[in-house]
Design a protein around this ligand. Structure first.
Ligand code: DGL
Length: 270
């Protein structure tokens, strides 16, 4: 398949979480064209079995690959921690694969922390993916993990912040004596400010989207696949696997404006 710098980047998540990564891509790489896929029919992935996550994420990667993407971004921790090995095995010779975990855990910022807290979906916590990676790279770090199953679905469904606040506070109250916190679910990135305020600046929030997109940009540039000039008449396409949920559309419009396309793609076996 012929790919070149003008080819789009495919990015996917179970829903709105990956939009934060896509937005950061637009900020750091404004010339890039992208195709987004939100598996809204099957959200939350955090509650699914590893088998389900592996099977469904492969379908989405194949879909984006057929759209002639030059790279795929797995903008979901639950998928990266449960299916990255499989996706890499099947696609690494065909297309560049990025995810939201590796660039973060390899970042030297970790050298400055002693105790890190991770909040994530049950699927990510059960995979032990972070634990293995962090122990491998940083023996000195004391890692505490907490599964926060209520958060992703209420963020996806657009609950008002006043209703979300007590739930976050309840979780974070168990999680105090840490130097830094890793929001290991892309949906939680929508709560960044709220979580920062909770800790009154005493706990550092790792800047996931910046680190991840810096890595994507660096690799694309190295492979001479970075798009250096604006492409006229191209607008991002947002696919969903159910008819477009109201809040998904609203978030896309807030982050990317009016010049976007929405499409629904239903996989046969779902
Ligand atoms: N955004 C996904 C993640 O980063 C999870 C949301 C879900 O449970 O579907 O893990």
């Amino acid at each position: 398949m012929k790919i070149n710098p003008l080819s789009p980047i495919g990015i996917f998540d179970s829903g709105i979480g990956g939009l934060i990564i896509a937005k950061e891509m637009k900020i750091q790489m404004p010339n890039e064209d992208f195709i987004y896929f939100g598996d809204t029919k099957n959200m939350p992935y955090g509650e699914k079995s590893q088998e389900f996550i592996r099977k469904n994420s492969m379908k989405i990667v194949s879909f984006l690959y057929k759209k002639k993407c030059k790279a795929i971004v797995i903008a979901c921790n639950s998928i990266a921690s449960n299916a990255l090995d499989l996706i890499q095995k099947k696609f690494h010779k065909k297309i560049l694969i990025f995810n939201v975990i590796d660039p973060v855990v390899k970042n030297t910022i970790f050298l400055s922390y002693k105790k890190i807290g991770i909040i994530a979906t049950p699927a990510t916590i059960h995979s032990n993916f972070y634990q293995k990676k962090i122990k491998k790279y940083y023996r000195h770090i004391d890692l505490v993990q907490m599964s926060t199953p209520l958060l992703a679905p209420i963020i996806e469904n657009g609950w008002e912040i006043e209703k979300i606040n007590p739930i976050i506070e309840n979780y974070l109250n168990h999680f105090k004596s840490i130097d830094a916190i890793l929001l290991a679910c892309t949906h939680y990135l929508f709560l960044k400010e709220k979580i920062e305020n909770f800790y009154h600046g005493k706990v550092h929030l790792i800047d996931i989207q910046k680190i991840v997109v810096q890595e994507i940009k660096k690799k694309l540039s190295k492979k001479k696949l970075l798009c250096l000039h604006p492409i006229w008449n191209r607008s991002p396409i947002f696919y969903t696997s159910s008819s477009i949920p109201f809040f998904f559309e609203k978030k896309v419009r807030i982050l990317f404006g009016k010049k976007v396309f929405f499409k629904t793609h239903i996989f046969n076996f779902f």
